[in-house]
Design a protein around this ligand. Structure first.
Ligand SMILES: Nc1ncnc2c1ncn2[C@@H]1O[C@H](COP(=O)(O)OP(=O)(O)OP(=O)(O)O)[C@@H](O)[C@H]1O
Length: 235
């Protein structure tokens, strides 16, 4: 299977701090690739570096066979990478409908079809169309954030910890929606909720102290209790 995204020995600094030392992984087209690792391991920084929100100081970031490591964030987004940040990036004072419209890069038939599809997936967004983003529940905000990224014709979605702070029943719902998106979009997911990650992920990479130290098929990890305990703190 061909890779949509490939990172080779990526390094990055935040101010004077050397945060990413050697991040290397592949994201095959049509799969869900999961980045796992303890708090502070460098997962969010990796996604931000792919989006150009942090500049890579070394290595390569290859997307669709092109080096994108030196591109600006808007060009990276134009190339078809959507990003759902950990803080969701929703405008509190705009309604659900306005939040979605602001995110739309085009208003063509295809975008309308995608919008209808995603509203079918998250009926709450339709129900609360006129409600300000700031008045939504945590789960509704997460759904809105995912819908904003999905509505555009992105080939790759980067989703940062979609389960964070959500009740288990809402986590289930968000997980189901990502599972359905998987049919149409390649996904790179950062997730601390191992149960969620293991249900929807195909392949995993473990990041520890700014380095990718282990990878494999998700099924293999489920059975490797020692590895889970050592790097993920899961007994
Ligand atoms: N603005 C910043 N200034 C200095 N250090 C930072 C900054 N942002 C992140 N870091 C550090 O970079 C390291 C990696 O952080 P990052 O958020 O990428 O980790 P993570 O694996 O996503 O963890 P978490 O799940 O806690 O978000 C951490 O040690 C963190 O303290």
């Amino acid at each position: 299977m061909s890779n949509l995204l490939e990172l080779q020995q990526v390094e990055a600094y935040i101010q004077q701090y050397h945060i990413l030392h050697d991040i290397s992984f592949e994201v095959p087209k049509g799969e869900v690739t999961v980045l796992l690792g303890r708090n502070g391991a460098g997962k969010t920084t990796t996604l931000r570096t792919i989006m150009g929100l942090n500049q890579a100081s070394g290595g390569s970031i290859i997307y669709n066979d092109k080096e994108i490591g030196q591109l600006k964030t808007h060009s990276i987004a134009q190339n078809g990478i959507g990003y759902v940040p950990e803080d969701q990036g929703i405008f509190d004072n705009l309604t659900v409908g306005e939040n979605l419209k602001v995110a739309m890069k085009k208003e063509d038939e295809e975008t309308t079809t995608r919008m209808e599809w995603v509203l079918g997936l998250f009926p709450d967004l339709q129900k609360f169309w006129k409600k300000p983003g700031g008045q939504l529940s945590g789960g509704q905000k997460q759904m809105l954030a995912i819908a904003r990224a999905y509505v555009n014709e992105n080939e790759l979605l980067l989703i940062d910890e979609p389960s964070k702070g959500l009740a288990p029943i809402i986590v289930e719902k968000v997980m189901e929606s990502i599972q359905q998106m998987k049919e149409q979009t390649t996904i790179l997911l950062v997730e601390q909720n191992f149960l969620m990650a293991s249900k929807i992920g195909d392949r995993f990479y473990i990041i520890d102290d700014g380095q990718t130290i282990h990878n494999g098929q998700m099924d293999e990890l489920k059975n490797d209790k020692a590895l889970m305990k050592k790097y993920l703190g899961i007994a």
